[in-house]
Unconditional design. Structure first.
Length: 107
């Protein structure tokens, strides 16, 4: 029940944020992580008002990234996420950035 409620909430938030992204492009990217803290950091780091929104699923490790190509590139979003310590298919986090993550976030 709780998971279903969270999913519905995520969909409504996604719809609201997508409405602000004028030229939305959607990509799915695998990003390493483990827990709710990882989800919070990955989503917060990759989400930029009126430019991008990231929703990360901790079970599948897949991030759905909606962004406006005229304002930011997918590569720039993934680089920001890697700088926060989380590796993706395209960009590996530096060891120093990874080591700053809480222990529960070490993947």
């Amino acid at each position: 029940m709780k998971t279903g409620l969270l999913l519905v909430l995520a969909v409504f938030l996604s719809i609201g944020l997508n409405a602000q992204i004028k030229n939305p492009k959607v990509e799915k990217v695998k990003i390493s992580g483990n827990c709710g803290m990882c989800k919070e950091t990955i989503e917060k780091t990759g989400t930029i008002e009126n430019a991008s929104q990231v929703v990360w699923d901790k079970d599948t490790k897949i991030a759905t990234i909606t962004y406006d190509e005229e304002k930011i590139s997918l590569n720039d979003i993934l680089k920001k996420i890697a700088k926060s310590g989380y590796s993706s298919e395209k960009y590996k986090a530096k060891k120093s950035d990874y080591n700053r993550l809480p222990i529960c976030c070490h993947y």
